[in-house]
Every structure is written in C-alpha cells, then in structure tokens.
Design a protein around this ligand. Structure first.
Ligand SMILES: CC(C)(COP(=O)(O)OP(=O)(O)OC[C@H]1O[C@@H](n2cnc3c(N)ncnc32)[C@H](O)[C@@H]1OP(=O)(O)O)[C@@H](O)C(=O)NCCC(=O)NCCS
Length: 185
C-alpha cells in the first residue's frame, strides 16, 4: 500500500481516533481508548500517514519539553503493520523535534513484542522499568483506603517498583512491565 506522511490536521481527528483505537486493541493498552485526540500544552510535532484511499494508516505525536521530547503516541493501523509506516513517521518527526530544541527522545511502553522490537530497532535503548498494576473487580480491596463516603475501589490502576514484580503478580492478575526507551537526537 502506498502512503504519504504529512502534518496532522484538525479534520483528521475521526480517522486518527479510529486508527489509534484499532492499533491499541491488539496490545496491552487495549482499554486505553480516547474519545478525543490528546491536546498538548507544550509544543508538539504531530504527523499522520495517509493511505492512498485517504484513511489514516498511522500517527505519531511527540511532545517537546525543552531539551526532552517524548513520544506521546505512535500507532499504526493493524492492516498496515510492518510496511515502514511507523519508521517513516519517526523519520519525519525527528528533524522537527531537533529544530524545536530537543536533544533526547523517550517513550514508554509495556510488553508488546511489536512495540519493543520497533523501539530497539529504531535506535532506542531501555533506560528504566516499573510496573503498571490493575486491580480488577474480583480482586480483594484489603490494604486500599478511600475518602470518607466511598467504598473501597472496585477497580484501580496503580504504579509499583519493579523490585516488587513477583509480589504484585502473585496478588493481581493484570500486571505489566512498563519500559522507558531513550534515544539521543
Ligand atoms: C509498534 C508499531 C508502531 C510499529 O509500526 P510499524 O509501522 O509496523 O513498524 P515499521 O514497519 O516501521 O517497522 C517494522 C519493524 O518494527 C518491528 N516490528 C513491528 N511489528 C512487529 C511484530 N509484530 N513483531 C516483531 N517485530 C515487529 C520489527 O523490528 C520490524 O522490522 P521487520 O519487519 O524488518 O522485522 C505498531 O506495531 C503499532 O502501532 N503497535 C501498536 C501500538 C503501540 O504499541 N505503540 C507503541 C507503544 S505506545
């Protein structure tokens, strides 16, 4: 499939949301669904890959905080994976991030093979890891405290130190290792 990379336009929002949702559906971020596109307070580089039928096939958003840039989202429609779209989006975003003053680029991701292989193959190195822990509705509330008037949490999303991985996996069914990848620009 032919595709072209260009800056994101406000009219892209419905296609952007569809592409991101379908991309994330097959990953450990399957329930990270956004009804509206992220708005950035800081400067950001936002690019999309458009298929020849006009649909959004991929997207990247890079937020820039002085010298430190972060990939907020990179996602490729599952029907168009491994065709170089994410790489083309990154290649288009990098010069703009450098021009805006960024000297490092980082990204955070869970254990999905595609994302980890893509970051490692794109010049990133792992810099840090910690845990994303979910308490689901069936799991006990012991140890949680909540403000007066509220029940214990029915569900919860929490962070934990990587050193507690075995303990967290023993207690909670859904635990993800979240890695920070870092690349110098
Ligand atoms: C990660 C992602 C953006 C890669 O997009 P892509 O357009 O398929 O990637 P490219 O075609 O530019 O690069 C392909 C390379 O990435 C890696 N890769 C991509 N998919 C892979 C998979 N399913 N298994 C293993 N490696 C994979 C490989 O290194 C591959 O090179 P190869 O095909 O020569 O082996 C895409 O899989 C995606 O959208 N995933 C879901 C969203 C996500 O996890 N985003 C990042 C974290 S928030």
């Amino acid at each position: 499939m032919a595709f072209s990379v260009r800056p994101y336009l406000p009219a892209d929002e419905p296609g952007w949301l569809r592409c991101r949702t379908l991309s994330f559906l097959g990953t450990q971020y399957y329930d990270d669904v956004k009804p509206h596109r992220t708005a950035f307070d800081l400067p950001a580089v936002s690019m999309v890959a458009v298929a020849d039928d006009g649909t959004i096939a991929g997207l990247i958003d890079v937020e820039i905080d002085g010298g430190a840039a972060t990939i907020d989202t990179v996602a490729v429609h599952p029907d168009h994976s491994r065709q170089g779209i994410a790489t083309a989006l990154l290649d288009a975003a990098l010069p703009q991030a450098r021009k805006a003053g960024a000297t490092t680029l980082d990204a955070w991701t869970r254990e999905d093979e595609a994302a980890n292989a893509w970051y490692l193959g794109s010049g990133f190195v792992e810099n840090f890891r910690y845990l994303h822990v979910y308490k689901n509705g069936d799991e006990p509330v012991e140890g949680f405290t909540t403000p007066d008037g509220l029940s214990g949490p029915v569900i919860a999303f929490l962070h934990a130190d990587i050193a507690r991985e075995a303990e967290m996996r023993a207690r909670f069914a859904r635990v993800h290792v979240c890695r920070q990848y870092l690349r110098r620009l």
